[in-house]
Ligand binder design. Sequence first.
Ligand SMILES: Nc1ncnc2c1ncn2[C@@H]1O[C@H](COP(=O)(O)OP(=O)(O)O)[C@@H](O)[C@H]1O
Ligand SMILES: [Mg+2]
Length: 311
Amino acid sequence: MVLVRCALFLFLCNPVCAVFQKLYCAISESCDCDFRPRIRDLEWDLYKNVYGQHLAQDIVSEAVASFLQNKSPDRPLVLSFHGSSGTGKTLVSSMLGTHLYGSAMSSPFIHQFVPTLHFPVPQRVNEYREELKLWVQGNLTECARSIFLFDEMEKMPSGLIDVLEPFLGPSHVVFRTNYRKAIYVFISTTGEEVINRLSVENRRAGRDREEIRLSDLQDDIAQSVYNNTSSGFFHSSIIQQKLITRFVPFLPLSRRHVERCVRSQLCQLDRCGRSDVVEAVGGDMVYTPAPGQYFSTTGCKAVSAKINIFL
Ligand SMILES: Nc1ncnc2c1ncn2[C@@H]1O[C@H](COP(=O)(O)OP(=O)(O)O)[C@@H](O)[C@H]1O
Ligand SMILES: [Mg+2]
């Protein structure tokens, strides 16, 4: 039955049969119909609307484009986002959903896990392991192009995520399910110390933040997530086996970036001209380290709340 459906789908992919494809997609729930990656739009969104994150912009657009260009990837795409709160990790993950499935997070093929919500009791880790494995397996059987987002990895009970190890490697097609087309995104604040330390050193040395390269941070982030007891990847075989395709550092944001966040949100409220509010919100954030005050401790997180106060 699945073979017949695949053959039918392939046949209907012929441009001549676009009308029939529409019909097929109207009656079928195949995720191939919903999966419409728009790589150019993703790049545009990343470069235009994510401030101060040259590494995330470059790594995410390059990794996603090369993964999707390959019609039969030999392993899934596994991205791990790291950085302080309010620096744009969730924003970038939702851009992936928007430009791959046309909807931020409401697609049935994008699955988001939040440990405090889905895995709240650390003592039940064995139960969660079984559930998570069955859940991922089931979703991949339904849709090989599934996207799995694991937010707040630093709150994930340790030992749980390793259950995904067989899915993340170059596994073969098992029971008609191709595990290699999925995308996994892990998000955490783990590694923020190394990222922020390097950013401060870089700034003190008078260099541009764009001079920071992934190679300056990659190994330290991997070490940090592996050794940190509260990382979710603590002593994880996923790190040991090097199953993360790319580590993606999010740098701390400076006042200039915070003010861009304020301006952009004001424009959405049709108040683009309120430079006084931009100035007031920028000045009301807390910046570290004490000598220098380079970076906002909350990134752009508190911006909308503060706009409400000053507007
Ligand atoms: N680098 C950034 N560029 C533009 N907006 C940002 C950036 N970082 C954070 N924001 C904005 O700040 C708020 C919090 O960002 P979010 O992505 O949730 O941060 P986190 O890194 O904690 O996941 C969102 O409204 C988001 O749009
Ligand atoms: Mg977040």
